[in-house]
Design a protein around this ligand. Structure first.
Ligand code: KG4
Ligand code: ZN
Length: 354
C-alpha cells in the first residue's frame, strides 16, 4: 500500500510517499526557517502564506521523486491536528481536494503521534509495549503504547514544552532561531556544570515543567552580567561573551535533558516496556540520545535527524497503520483541530474496537 503523506502544521511544508508503512519512496520537506529567522520565531500568517505558495509543487515533487503517478497512490494521509490553524488549513484543503479529484481514501493524522511513527521507519520496528518520550516545540509527553492506536498518557508538561524552553533560552542568551540546534552547537564548547539550574519536582512523577528552568536562566544571566530582575531580557544577550553564552547553553541543556531522562527512567522501571523511542524535534538532540542510552539498560534505535523534525514520511507511516483499522474520512467533512491531545482522536478513542 502506497500512501502520500502531507504535513503543514507549523513551518515546514512536506509531502512523502511511503510503501507499507516501512519504505520511504520519497520525502520532500520545504522549510521556512530562513523566513522566520528574520522575526526570531514562527509568524503564523507568514507561515500560512508560504505553505500556500509551495504546497502543490512539494506534493508534485514527492510523486516525481518516487517515480510515481496518481494511479500508483492508494491513499492520502494528512495532518489535521494539532498546529497553527492557518497552516493546518492549507495542507488539509490540498489533501481534501486531491482525495476528491483523484478518488483516494483520506486519513486524518495527529501530528504528535506521527512523530513517534518516525521510529517505525527504522530497520527494526519498535516492539510493544513501547515507551515514547515525545519532545517537540509544542509537546513534552511520556506515552506508553500497548499497540497501534492503544496508548496511555503517563505524564506531560504542565507549562512550556521542552523545545519551547530551548527556543526561549536561546533568545535570552543571544543564539539564533531555532534555539534547539543553536544551543546544542554552543553547548559543545561550554561547561555543563558552570551554572546550577533547578529541576522542577512535580506531583505526578512523569510530569514535566520547564518554565521555572527558563526563568532561572534569565535570573542567572541577569546576576552574571550584574543587573537586577527589572533589566529587559532582550538587552541581556549583548552583555554576554561567547564563553558565558556557551556555558549557559551547556548548563541549560544538561539540566533540561536530565529532567527528561529522570522521568523516562522512572517510567521505564515502573512499566518495563519492550522498547523505548524518542520523538519530536528535540529528539534530534545528541546529548539527549547519549544520556538516554547511558541511563537505560536496553538498546535504543534512534530515528535519523531528518525524520525527527517535521516531515511527511512520519504522517504517511502512521497513515498506513491507521488505514489497517479505520475507515477513511469523508473529504467534505474533515476539519482541522488546532489543539487536540493525541488521546482524544477518533483513532485513540476507537482502541476498544481495535
Ligand atoms: O517537532 P518539531 O520539528 O516541531 C513541532 O512539532 O514542534 O520541533 C521543533 C523543536 C524546536 O523547539 C527546536 O528548537 C527543537 O525542536 N529542536 C532541537 C534540536 N533540533 C530541533 N532541540 C534540541 N536539540 C536539537 N538538536
Ligand atoms: Zn512536530
Amino acid at each position: 500500500m502506497r500512501i502520500l503523506g502531507i504535513e503543514s502544521s507549523c513551518d515546514e511544508t512536506a509531502a512523502a510517499v511511503i510503501e507499507d508503512g516501512r519504505k520511504i519512496l520519497s520525502n520532500v520537506v520545504n522549510s521556512q526557517i530562513d523566513i522566520h529567522t528574520l522575526y526570531g520565531g514562527v509568524v503564523p500568517e507568514v507561515a500560512a502564506r508560504s505553505h500556500i505558495e509551495v504546497i502543490n509543487p512539494v506534493i508534485n515533487q514527492a510523486l516525481s521523486e518516487a517515480n510515481l503517478t496518481w494511479d500508483d497512490i492508494d491513499a492520502i494521509a494528512v495532518t489535521y491536528a494539532p498546529g497553527l490553524i492557518g497552516s493546518l488549513l492549507v495542507g488539509t484543503l490540498a489533501a481534501r481536494t486531491l482525495a476528491l479529484l483523484k478518488n483516494k481514501p483520506l486519513f486524518p493524522i495527529h501530528h504528535v503521534e506521527a512523530h513517534v511513527y518516525a521510529n517505525f521507519l527504522n530497520e527494526q520496528a519498535p516492539k510493544f509495549p513501547m515507551l515514547a518520550l515525545i519532545v517537540s516545540g509544542g509537546h513534552s509527553q511520556l506515552v506508553l503504547f500497548k499497540d497501534h492506536g492503544d496508548y496511555e498518557l503517563l505524564g506531560q508538561t504542565q507549562d512550556d514544552a521542552v523545545g519551547e524552553a530551548f527556543d526561549k533560552v536561546a533568545k535570552i542568551i543571544g543564539l539564533p532561531y531555532p534555539g534547539g540546534p543553536s544551543i546544542a552547537k554552543a553547548a559543545l564548547v561550554g561547561d555543563p556544570y558552570k551554572y546550577k539550574l533547578p529541576k522542577a519536582r512535580m506531583q505526578n512523577p512523569y510530569d514535566f515543567s520547564f518554565s521555572g528552568l527558563k526563568t532561572a536562566v534569565l535570573r542567572t544571566v541577569q546576576k552574571e552580567v550584574g543587573v537586577d530582575f527589572t533589566f529587559p531580557s532582550h538587552e541581556l544577550s549583548a552583555r554576554l561573551n561567547d564563553v558565558q553564552r556557551a556555558d549557559f547553553a551547556a548548563s541549560f541543556q544538561r539540566t533540561a535533558v536530565e529532567t527528561l531522562i529522570d522521568r523516562a527512567e522512572k517510567a521505564f522501571n515502573d512499566y518495563a516496556p519492550a522498547s523505548v523511542v524518542i520523538a519530536g524535534g528535540v529528539a534530534a538532540n545528541q546529548e539527549l540520545r547519549r544520556q538516554l542510552s547511558d541511563r537505560l539498560p536496553l538498546h535504543i534505535d534512534y530515528a535519523p535527524m531528518n525524520l525527527c523534525t517535521d516531515n511527511a514520511a512520519m504522517i504517511a507511516t502512521l497513515g498506513y497503520y491507521y488505514a489497517q483499522k479505520m475507515e477513511p474520512t469523508d473529504p467534505l467533512d474533515l476539519e482541522v483541530v488546532p489543539s487536540l491531545s493525541m488521546t482524544k482522536t477518533a483513532w485513540a478513542l476507537n482502541k476498544s474496537a481495535n
